[in-house]
Design a protein around this ligand. Structure first.
Ligand code: BGC
Length: 254
């Protein structure tokens, strides 16, 4: 059997912090401590690329890098900027990261990365059929899988909803900003899930993002046809999935 073991530096870029660790991609285990850097503000391309360069140097890393990024990323190019600096649109993030770090860098949407980790090593491991991963944080990230295969860049959080967008109405950040009770926030989530289930009929819904660690506060208030489970890798899913994505890209490039 082909030896699938390989270490890759996984990075998860978020609005306030950037997390990273070296991941053994055959098991999804972290083989280094995970480190946390503050996201520069404003998070312009120059500032963020420099910070990621410092992070890669801090790990003395020279191998492949996988990076989850909170936007639509298509063939290494950033296409949207709902929760990031608008100057990112059109930027070839993979080429800039390679220039800065000297490493082969592969960039993927952050929710797609988290979903990949959950499908390979977490709550949706070995699940056939359709699995929807939703990350509830500053925004709403979404990732759709069928028989373990990713349909990339699904942006359910960007759906026009209740005079705003789905994420503007129901993200976890809205609960804290508006000081909503768990019940009131869950009612918002349920109205979003009605549309999601009507469109996609997922057979399993995995909830990630920081708030998934507090699932006992609100899962019993959710009313979906599909079973809902919390992400098993919690806030490390983005790192692990980004590394796994890089592994897949490296493998398909031969
Ligand atoms: C972005 C998505 C991202 C999500 C979670 C949204 O604002 O449009 O691409 O996955 O936030 O970070």
């Amino acid at each position: 059997m082909k030896d699938m073991s390989m270490e890759i530096l996984g990075i998860d870029v978020g609005g306030s912090g950037i997390k990273a660790a070296i991941v053994e991609v055959s098991t999804g285990d972290l083989v280094s401590r995970h480190r946390h850097f503050v996201t520069p503000q404003p998070a312009t391309p120059e500032a963020l690329i420099r910070t990621i360069g410092e992070l890669v140097a801090d790990f003395h890393w020279q191998g492949p890098v996988g990076c989850g990024f909170p936007a639509v990323v298509s063939h290494g190019i950033v296409r949207t900027a709902a929760n990031i600096d608008p100057s990112w649109i059109g930027i070839d993030i993979e080429s800039l990261l390679k220039l800065e770090t000297g490493c082969q860098c592969h960039v993927v949407n952050d929710a797609d990365a988290a979903g990949l980790a959950e499908v390979k090593f977490g709550s949706a491991e070995n699940c056939s059929g359709s699995v929807l991963m939703l990350t509830l944080g500053t925004g709403i990230g979404s990732a759709l899988f069928y028989d373990g295969e990713l349909f990339p860049n699904l942006e359910l959080g960007a759906l026009p909803f209740q005079g705003s967008t789905a994420e503007g109405y129901a993200a976890a950040s809205v609960r804290t900003a508006k000081k909503l009770s768990w019940q009131a926030w869950s009612t918002r989530l349920n109205s979003f899930f009605v549309h999601v289930e009507r469109m996609l009929s997922p057979e399993l819904i995995v909830i990630g993002g920081g708030v998934s660690q507090r699932h006992e506060k609100f899962f019993h208030l959710l009313d979906t046809r599909a079973p809902i489970v919390p992400a098993r890798l919690f806030n490390l899913a983005g790192i692990v999935g980004a590394a796994h994505f890089a592994f897949e890209q490296e493998s398909s490039a031969g």
